[in-house]
Design a protein around this ligand. Sequence first.
Ligand code: SME
Length: 147
Amino acid sequence: MYENEYSLIEKKIKNLNLKDSLNFVCEFLQKNIKGYDWVGYYFHNDKNQLVLKTYFGLKTDHTIIPFGKGICGQTAESNMHIIVDDVNDEENYISCNINVKSEIVVPLFSNNKNIGQIDIDSNTIGRFTLDDLKFLKKINILIAKKI
Ligand code: SME
């Protein structure tokens, strides 16, 4: 799944720097993939925080998230992706807006080190599957080449 979208992204960001690649990926995914309602990249800083670098979708207040807090903060600590089918079932969750129903967070590794993550929110319950995970892992590998 998502083979065409992946090829297009690969081609389009080939000659772009990190910042432009992140912008392209966020905007492309948010506009073209059904149910990807908010798409952003957070990066780690040296204070054990995640900093929102770029996003596409509704404005969010959560531009800095401490490690451990919310779904994003859990991925920062565990180095593991997380798929949440229903955010209402999560205790350690930070709500960006009340429409969000499901979420996927996939860590971004550079030289085997977790340095950030792609975070996608959907207004559809149970939107994310292993196909989405596979697709986003591949995109993160393309992004890591820019670092
Ligand atoms: N829901 C995330 C916070 C980031 S926003 O979705 C943009 C979380 O629980 O970490």
